[in-house]
Design a binder for this molecule. Structure first.
Ligand SMILES: Nc1nc2c(c(=O)[nH]1)N[C@H]1C(S)=C(S)[C@@H](COP(=O)(O)O)O[C@H]1N2
Ligand SMILES: [Mo]
Length: 200
């Protein structure tokens, strides 16, 4: 696609309310993360749900991969300015995960934990949206190592620093507590359509 056509397309998508302000479209698969790509060891891998829950959940790789899977299509918006449209994600919907979890009434916020101590926070209502997915697959294939294999969270309506790759756990909290990037200056909520890129 020529750059003029691309410019027009972006203007159309902005006008249609699909491309958030200040973003450009990419057709590539940008890779962005801090630290190195972790090695997946299925025997010791687990997925934990903990914090303000009545009973903690710990799923092995085998248990996790046998949970019901759904597909959904979503756009991804990185706070650094690129958006990638029409990602097809396959995996466990958070609404489906939550059928197996009983929350304590004080639970209000979520801390998402990835490998290498990466964390991201979000309000519980955003975590519980029907479009939030624990994705095992992208565009019909297992995730690649650099895009989060074996499992990543995808929160399509917030900037992608909330979409934690190599996710290992979900912690429920009674108050808002910043994750890694939120602590280091990114917006605590991160709505791309309000251009909530940084705090203050
Ligand atoms: N574990 C982990 N997840 C992460 C990150 C990271 O540094 N570590 N970076 C986030 C950011 S800022 C973006 S834009 C997306 C990029 O996802 P991609 O590399 O699959 O395009 O991953 C998010 N998830
Ligand atoms: Mo990002």
């Amino acid at each position: 696609m020529g750059s003029n056509h691309r410019g027009e397309w972006e203007r159309d998508m902005l006008a249609a309310g699909r491309l958030p302000p200040g973003q450009s479209l990419t057709l590539k698969s940008p890779v962005l993360h801090v630290g190195s790509v972790p090695i997946f060891r299925p025997g010791s891998w687990d997925f934990r749900v903990f914090g303000l829950v009545e009973v903690q959940l710990r799923l092995s790789w085998e248990e996790f991969s046998n949970l019901p899977q759904t597909e959904l299509s979503a756009d991804m918006h990185c706070v650094n300015g690129w958006s990638r449209f029409d990602n097809n994600w396959g995996g466990l919907l958070v609404t489906e995960l939550m059928r197996r979890v009983k929350l304590r009434p004080e639970a209000r916020h979520v801390m998402v934990h990835g490998e290498n101590k990466y964390t991201a926070n979000l309000p519980i209502a955003d975590f519980l949206r029907p479009t939030t997915i624990l994705a095992l697959r992208h565009d019909g294939e297992p995730l690649t190592a650099e895009h989060g294999y074996p499992l990543r969270l995808v929160v399509p309506h917030l900037y992608a620093y909330k979409s934690v790759k190599w996710v290992r756990g979900i912690e429920f909290l009674d108050r808002e507590s910043p994750g890694l990037w939120e602590f280091n200056g990114y917006h605590i909520y991160g709505d791309p359509f309000k251009e909530q890129r940084s705090s203050s």
